[in-house]
Design a protein around this ligand. Sequence first.
Ligand code: MN
Length: 312
Amino acid sequence: MGYHGRCFDGCTSAVLFTRLYRAIGQKNAQIEFRALAHQKGHVPGTAELDGDENAILDFKYTTSPALTWWFDHHQSAFANAEDRAHFDADRSGRKFYDPACTSCTKLITAVAQEKFGIRWEDLAELVRWADIIDSARFESPGVAVELLEPALQLMTVIEVSDDAFCTSLIPRLDAGGLAVASAPDVRARFEPIQREHLEAVKRVRQRARCEGEVVHFDLTEWNMDGFNKFIGYYLFPDAAYSVGVTASARRAKVSVGSNPWSPHKRRHDISRLCEKYGGGGHPAVGAVTLPGSDVAEARRVGLEIARTLRDA
Ligand SMILES: [Mn+2]
């Protein structure tokens, strides 16, 4: 079974599909899990699909005849129109795609219920959080930044852990749901990340200025590769946009986002704006990445983007 690696929704999808697969007949099947990572131009092929039956969850479609089951909700699920047509022609009843679905977890839950009449009451909280996380629909910036919820602590650990650890969490989530977050080995991974994260919040608090609904901060004096993208709105709830600049040996980066809790409608396409500087992203969030030596240029781009967002 291939699942989207280092992703809370991917891991939870693996938990649910395992239950579904066993419930509909393959009670004693031996299941192997494989974390899949996005690589440009790569679709899972024969190397990944070496079981008697093969499932791919929360990850790109493949036309390989070895694919038996498939669930995904990503806009970018198909590499090209031929792959899409291949899926549309499929009559197996075992491949499911819904780009309107906010998580793959939710899609599997819906299919299990509607097609197979199966519900998993004990996993309701896990499912609910997987959906909140994958669609970034947190109740408030505080929920997203303070990381007090067990689900968000697990998410944090999953996003930085190796494939073997993520895979080892799948049976544990199946057995214990979100309670896994309080296991000593998960705590031991979470605590150092939390310390670093709290340090980042402190640095943003020191450096951030909010002007004309744009919060801007320059963190290049520290060696940092990134930060929680909601910190700006946590500190400045009235901000509509956030522009943060970081630098490490590897890269200098301008991270740009719009406040999902803002009452105002977003007026800019952030991916377009970032593309002007060689970056990219989504309409609501994007980034410009430069070589680690280009700190001055990253600072300049950050200021210019902040100005553009303020002006229009
Ligand atoms: Mn997903």
